[in-house]
Design a protein around this ligand. Structure first.
Ligand SMILES: Cc1ncc(C[n+]2csc(CCOP(=O)(O)OP(=O)(O)O)c2C)c(N)n1
Ligand code: SF4
Length: 313
């Protein structure tokens, strides 16, 4: 973190637009992310929310935890709905109708990793390619949590889920985690960044930059899920911090194609401490060789990003 390494409550906006009383589990990482995102973006924001935990927990009719306009969408069309809202606002502004005095309206599309990396990917790619001025935020809890912890293409290798169960024949998830930041950056959009709820000032800083750019911005938010990760509700922030310090989830930014690490790691924390703080990896406790291989993969991925940063790519 470059500018926001001083933690002081008074630096945070006091207003809340994602309010208490929603039905997320205790310690829900995605809910903490959304609370911080709402603080960063403020009242002048329209939320477009795909199906998933964060849609379900806020929308038991007639209640909503959002204090700002909120639209529920399918997995498939979330980015398209956000694109349509952006286009509509442009037309109204051109005709000098509504909105014109309110300053910039932030449009944020929100989806889980299943929604983003799998089912909604085509639509997201189209919206990024067309250059709509909106933010897409993926809260990545590394599985389809809302329907019972099924693997997604963003589930990390070795994690046990209900559709990649660990057992005699399997070590859990068999493939490497799909790299959403790389995919978004490959669309040559103005802004891509990774965030976690354990780095709130970095998150707020990045969300504000994402809102300020003209054109699409993609934010990949790491979001521990105590229910699906089989960990304590009080470990969410600790795990998010460990994910960064082990190199599992590098914090970086890609501004107009230029990569930079926003929290550089010199000495990685050991991966096993991060893994074994979660029940979804407990079957790997007697498999030191596989854990070593996972750790090598994590470091290799980190060095790839460091190389891009140095090359000014
Ligand atoms: C096309 C489609 N397939 C399946 C479902 C059922 N469904 C509802 S929520 C959900 C899980 C969503 O997973 P993710 O996007 O990762 O969000 P999370 O539940 O983890 O918040 C699924 C599969 C659906 N609503 N639409
Ligand atoms: S299952 Fe996970 S993501 Fe869903 S509400 Fe509970 S803690 Fe949050």
């Amino acid at each position: 973190m470059s500018d926001y390494n001083v933690y002081a409550a008074r630096l945070l906006p006091r207003s809340e637009f994602f309010t208490p009383g929603h039905r997320a589990c205790q310690g829900c990482g995605p809910a903490i992310v959304l609370r911080q995102v709402a603080k960063a973006l403020g009242r002048n924001t329209i939320v477009v929310n795909a199906t998933g935990c964060m849609e379900i927990v806020v929308s038991p009719f007639p209640h909503s935890a959002w204090e700002i306009p909120w639209v529920h969408t399918l997995f498939e069309n979330t980015a398209a709905v956000a694109s349509g809202i952006e286009a509509g606002i442009k037309v109204l502004a051109r005709r000098k109708r509504h909105f014109t005095d309110s300053g910039k309206i932030n449009i944020i599309a929100i989806g889980g990793d299943g929604s983003t990396a799998d089912i909604g990917m085509g639509c997201l790619s189209g919206a990024l390619e067309r250059g709509h001025d909106f933010i897409y935020l993926c809260y990545d809890n590394e599985a389809y949590m809302n329907t019972g912890i099924q693997r997604s293409s963003a589930t990390p290798m070795g994690a046990s889920t209900t559709t990649s169960p660990a057992g005699k024949a399997s070590k859990g998830q068999f493939s490497r985690k799909k790299d959403l930041g790389y995919i978004a950056a490959a669309h040559h959009i103005p802004y891509v960044a990774t965030v976690t709820p354990a780095h709130p000032f970095d998150l707020i800083d990045k969300l504000r930059k994402a809102a300020a750019v003209e054109g699409p911005a993609f934010i990949h938010a790491f979001a521990p899920c105590p229910t699906g990760w089989r960990c304590g509700a009080d470990t969410t922030i600790k795990l998010a911090r460990m994910a960064v310090d082990t190199g599992v989830f590098p914090l970086y930014e890609v501004v107009d194609g230029k990569w930079s690490l926003t929290h550089e790691i010199e000495d990685f924390e050991p991966l096993d401490e991060y893994l074994f703080a979660q029940g979804r990896f407990r079957h790997l406790k007697n498999d030191a060789e596989f854990v070593k291989q996972l750790e090598c993969d994590v470091h290799q991925q980190y060095e790839e990003i460091r190389a891009r940063t140095k090359a000014g790519a």
